[in-house]
Design a protein around this ligand. Structure first.
Ligand code: ADP
Ligand code: MG
Length: 322
């Protein structure tokens, strides 16, 4: 019902960036090759996401807005076993309960649908001609939850969070083409040709991309790859470490420590590295917290993972210095 949707929305939808995250995950899950994001006022006025993915079947358009109608997961330990990023079936229900949302979608082989949902109520439904893919417009976020609206920070801060979300998505999906516009101006682009270094260049600039070292290493249970920066281009704060486990962005202090230990004497005092680390592993080796938006995870063979990350970083830096 509407109340439980609003309550759930408080957990899933904190700010414009959380809407962008959920919608992007849906587009990725729908096998999109390109995804376009258009924001007005950092997404507070409007967030529009267009993709060329599978689209939603006409019969499923309304159910997509029911909470848990689509839950693909039995318990929290399934998280890293499910192939899709979404699994709780509550993002669309939550977002549409605190905004004015328009969905246009087509699977390509029949005429598409348009659905308008305001504050959780379906306002309008009609046929819509459109090529294969989905377009979702979220307007006036939190218009009916003033308390939440008050909690939001400046446009500048909110845009920072949105950009961060898009960067993470692009880094974990170099094979998808992302485009983002803010108030009509293009603010991000990634080519979608599978080249991670090119995504890094779009986010951090050419100078940094040219000073990244490629990393590739295996242990018995873990396969690590990605890019780490040379000591010359390290940063003055620690927000430049990206950890991607089986295609999902995560946070983990143990891996962070392994990275710092790997850099050890290579890191100038007070400097922090830029690292994009991808780790592939058997999903059974990772545990995740129950909370919907949690990105903190625990690894069951922590010591082995710590060692392989530390060693591979050290090796790459050491080799470069020789
Ligand atoms: P979840 O992603 O956890 O299943 P959501 O509420 O995010 O739940 O989405 C509900 C459902 O709507 C999805 O399972 C999917 O079937 C459909 N859907 C949402 N967005 C898209 C999209 N961009 N393309 C295709 N299907 C979508
Ligand atoms: Mg989802």
């Amino acid at each position: 019902d509407e109340l439980s949707n609003k309550i759930a929305a408080g957990e899933v939808v904190e700010r414009p960036a959380s809407v962008v995250k959920e919608l992007l995950e849906n587009s990725v899950d729908a096998n999109s090759q390109w995804i376009k994001i258009e924001l007005e006022e950092a997404g507070l006025r409007s967030i529009k996401i267009i993709d060329d993915g599978d689209g939603i079947d006409p019969d499923d358009c309304e159910t997509a807005f029911f909470r848990h109608a689509t839950s693909k997961i039995e318990d929290e330990f399934d998280l890293f076993r499910v192939k899709t990023l979404g699994f709780r079936g509550e993002a669309l229900a939550s977002i549409s309960s605190v905004s004015q949302l328009t969905l246009r979608t087509s699977t390509g082989d029949q005429s598409g649908n348009e659905l308008v949902v305001h504050g959780g109520d379906i306002k309008d439904k009609q046929k819509h001609t459109k090529r294969k893919g989905t377009e979702i417009i979220v307007e006036n976020l939190f218009y009916n939850t003033p308390a939440r609206l008050k909690y939001l920070k400046t446009i500048h801060t909110e845009l920072g969070h949105v950009t961060d979300t898009i960067n993470k998505m692009a880094l974990s999906h170099p094979d998808i083409r992302f485009e983002c516009y803010h108030n009509g101006k293009r603010i991000f682009f990634s080519p979608g040709n599978g080249n991670l270094l090119q995504v890094i260049q779009q986010i951090y600039g050419k100078k940094i991309a040219q000073n990244m070292l490629q990393l590739e290493d295996d242990s018995l249970d873990y396969k690590v790859s990605g890019y780490i920066c040379k000591p010359e281009v390290t940063r003055s704060n620690r927000n430049f470490i990206s950890l991607i486990v089986n295609g999902r962005f995560i946070k983990n202090p143990v891996i962070n420590k392994a990275i710092f230990d790997g850099y050890h004497t290579f890191l100038p005092i007070g400097r922090y590295p830029i690292v994009i680390l991808q780790i592939e592993m058997d999903p059974y080796l990772v545990d995740v917290n129950v909370h919907p938006a949690k990105t903190e995870v625990r690894f069951s063979k922590e010591k082995e993972l710590f060692d392989v990350v530390k060693q591979s970083i050290y090796d790459v830096l050491h080799k470069q210095r020789l």
